[in-house]
Design a protein around this ligand. Structure first.
Ligand SMILES: [Zn+2]
Length: 293
């Protein structure tokens, strides 16, 4: 999808549904383009791939089903590589050709997740310009900004940063179904970034995630630890969006007879980003995601 103006200005990309079961981002893209019919772009251009993984989408599956590959671990791609690498190569080349000011890759998370923007770590070598730009624009989304402690190699956003293209991943709540509340959040978050880059006018109050005042503007550090060491049924003691203190119990694992096997505690003061879709605990399985303070 594409919207252009004659006015010179930055190019922005929206990408969605790299994971076929994460359908909400596609609707955010559709809503943004719908809005542009009434409030046309002022400058620059907006581009989108609303459905990067149609094979996964049709099957309601995360991966490229034919080859069981994760498209978001296949970038920058390879024209002579595997199926996912070939798809990735076409997407990556089309994006890079426009020399974008930012790429927002829209994803969905566990069912019980709050929306948040994810920043990849700064590249170890080369320029920090793209990273700094991504960081500034991530804050403009109004979403909690969560930094990945380690690079997710071959993801779209990380691969773009290595090419000096500002990029971020936006997690907009649950997978599988379109949650209208998170669509609205996503549209507002994207619109604020477009307004910051002067592609559109900020003609309504921007979205701001309701964090306590002292945490506004903070960057959180992503953690999916602790994991469980036992198996059994999980009962959560904290909800997504809660602020928890280090050492605070956040979940308990019971065996089939109701005997407590394990109590999981928050690794540090943190914002609870999400909890697992499953209440069946297995040793080593992540059960909650935190944005550490
Ligand atoms: Zn995803």
């Amino acid at each position: 999808m594409e919207a252009r103006t004659a006015e010179p200005g930055p190019a922005v990309w929206l990408t969605a549904c790299a994971h076929g079961d994460e359908v909400g981002g596609m609707v955010v893209v559709q809503e943004i383009f719908k809005r542009l019919r009434k409030r046309p772009l002022l400058s620059g251009s907006l581009h989108a791939f609303p459905l990067m993984n149609p094979l996964g989408f049709e099957a309601g599956a995360r991966h490229v089903t034919m080859s069981e590959e994760d498209l978001n671990r296949s970038f920058p791609g390879n024209a002579k590589g595997t199926l996912a690498e070939r798809i990735a190569e076409k997407i990556f080349a089309a994006i890079c050709e426009t020399r974008p000011a930012v790429v927002m890759d829209l994803h969905n998370d566990w069912i019980g997740s709050i929306p948040y923007a994810v920043l990849d770590p700064p590249p170890l070598a080369g320029s920090l310009m793209a990273y700094d730009k991504a960081s500034t624009l991530a804050a403009k989304t109004g979403l909690p900004v969560v930094a990945e402690p380690e690079a997710i190699r071959h993801s779209l956003s990380h691969s773009l940063l290595l090419k000096d293209v500002p990029a971020m991943t936006v997690e907009l709540g649950e997978s599988y179904v379109v949650n209208e509340r998170f669509v609205e959040t996503g549209v507002k978050a994207v619109w604020s970034v477009l307004a910051e880059l002067k592609l559109v006018e900020q003609d309504e109050a921007p979205f701001v995630y309701p964090l306590p005042a002292e945490l506004q503007g903070r960057t959180f550090r992503y953690s999916s630890h602790p994991t469980t060491s036992t198996s059994g049924v999980l009962r959560f003691l904290a909800r997504p969006g809660d602020i928890v203190r280090g050492g605070q119990p956040v979940a308990k694992v019971f065996n089939a007879f109701g005997r407590l096997q394990e109590t999981l505690t928050a690794p540090a003061d943190a914002l609870v980003l999400g909890k697992s879709d499953s209440s069946v605990a297995f040793p080593g399985a992540p059960v909650m995601a935190f944005g550490l303070l």
